[in-house]
Design a protein around this ligand. Structure first.
Ligand code: LLP
Length: 432
């Protein structure tokens, strides 16, 4: 991985990471505003400004905090939320309602009501009862809600099966089936309280190959054509989801956004020309690719255990509670000793977390300089799905999050206190 150093310390967005750890404590998530904005700029240049009638909606599940949503809003991007909590965060960040898109495979009536009350721009329908639920709430509120159908394009993707979503046997999306999807479309067209705009798909996550996206675009365009033929109805919007891969280790060779978006747009534009069809709005929904590489995690090394001839474990003051991805998906990461960033790599160790769980191994067999207790381990590319999937397992506190901006650093999420960990707990009368 490429990184900058100064006085032997890892620098991140102009900030000395050792100083950040001293000031804010560890474990610590550090996000570079500069690097997040660089990714957004790439999307602006190679997608938003290059094509007409296209939008980016940041998938907030990757990293949803008030400060992050401000960065996204300032880009003019939309926001994808999937729960009351993500929507609440957006509302508290004053995110413009019209630019919010609500996904989710099991939205509760309370979530739909909250979304419709706030006036979100789109609701992406993912289940068979949902149109009627939305219509009932909308009727009560005197509103008409713009909807898309999330379809299951039935394409197979090259990624961990736990994060692939577009295959037929999936809890996500509505199968493209005569008896399932088409009656839903008819129902949506005939329902006054919803405005049926089009289709959404998300084929999977952490993809380096564009084939699944392109195959799904073709399937979506076939559907667009069928809807016109059957219902004499024009589709106004297509959402192609996210899933663009990032670099976690040297082995990962991520592609620029344009590797996905250019051929997808080519297919759309060719279709529109051939069919003489007005170009629908095209939306993409990246999460990971906007934030992953902008984030690092800082942990202090504590216990060191050498098992002669076997392995040397160096334990950090966090682990699966602040990064569940290695344990859950066998995800690989790499890192360095941030306080010995210029030193030669002299030993192979395994960096383990402090949770009571054997899968709590952050990085297996990593080459580092001579490791000592008190060293600072920096893990790269933890910006997506690290903080957002953090847990209180073993009653470990959720770490603080710092945002850097070319040499400046400010706390954007305070470290959880021990009191906060138990703040909702009560002892019932019969145990007193
Ligand atoms: N849109 C929809 C409807 C999605 O379901 C997802 C991710 C995204 C967009 C954003 O995908 P991205 O661009 O971030 O790949 N926790 C897993 C990832 C789960 C992704 C689920 N859906 C992980 O840590 O790898």
């Amino acid at each position: 991985m490429e990184f900058e150093t100064k006085n032997g310390h890892l620098m991140w967005d102009g900030c000395d990471t050792v100083a950040l750890a001293e000031k804010f404590g560890t474990p610590l998530y550090v996000f570079s505003k500069t690097m997040i904005e660089d990714k957004c700029q790439e999307l602006q240049r190679d997608f938003v400004e290059k094509y007409q009638n296209v939008r980016v909606a940041f998938a907030s599940k990757a990293f949803s905090t008030l400060a992050m949503l401000k960065i996204i809003e300032r880009q003019g991007f939309s926001l994808d939320v999937v729960s009351d909590g993500e929507l609440y965060t957006a509302i508290k960040a004053d995110f413009p309602a019209a630019h919010i898109e609500m996904n989710g495979n099991n939205k509760s009536i309370e979530e739909l009501t909250m979304a419709i009350d706030y006036g979100v721009g789109r609701i992406i329908v993912d289940s068979l009862q949902e149109v009627d639920l939305i219509a009932a709430v909308a009727k009560e509120k005197g509103k008409v809600v713009d909807i898309l159908f999330r379809i299951t394009p039935e394409v197979n993707v090259q990624t961990h099966s736990f994060i692939s979503t577009g295959q037929k046997d999936s809890k996500f999306g509505i199968p493209i089936d005569e008896t399932i999807l088409f009656p839903q479309i008819k129902n949506a067209i005939d329902t006054a309280e919803v405005n049926f705009l089009g289709f959404h798909f998300h084929v999977g996550s952490q993809l380096f190959d564009n084939h699944a996206h392109l195959a799904a675009v073709e399937i979506a365009l076939d559907l667009v054509k069928m809807v016109k033929e059957r219902f004499d109805y024009l589709i106004k919007e297509l959402n192609f989801g996210g899933g663009f891969g990032v670099r976690y280790t040297e082995q990962d060779q991520p592609q620029p956004f344009s590797y996905f978006t250019d051929p997808m747009m080519e297919k759309v534009l060719a279709f529109c020309q051939e069919e003489n069809y007005p170009q629908p709005a095209i939306v993409i929904e990246p999460g990971r690719s906007i934030v992953a590489e902008a984030g690092i995690s800082l942990h202090q090394i504590g216990a060191i255990k050498e098992l002669p001839g076997l392995r040397k474990y160096v334990s950090i003051d966090g682990g699966m509670t602040d990064n569940i991805r290695p344990g859950l998906y066998a995800a690989e990461y790499t890192g360095i000793l941030a306080n010995k960033a210029d030193e030669a790599l002299v030993e192979k160790v395994t960096v383990s977390g402090k949770a009571c769980e054997s899968t709590d191994i952050l990085v297996k067999d990593i080459e580092l300089p001579q490791v000592e207790s008190g060293d600072l381990f920096a893990t790269f590319s933890t910006g997506a799905y690290g903080y957002s999937m953090a847990s209180n397992y073993n009653k470990l506190a959720i770490p603080a999050v710092v945002l850097t901006n070319q040499g400046q650093a400010e706390l954007i999420v305070k470290r959880q206190s021990l009191d906060q960990i138990i703040q909702n707990e009560v002892i019932p009368e019969f145990l007193k």
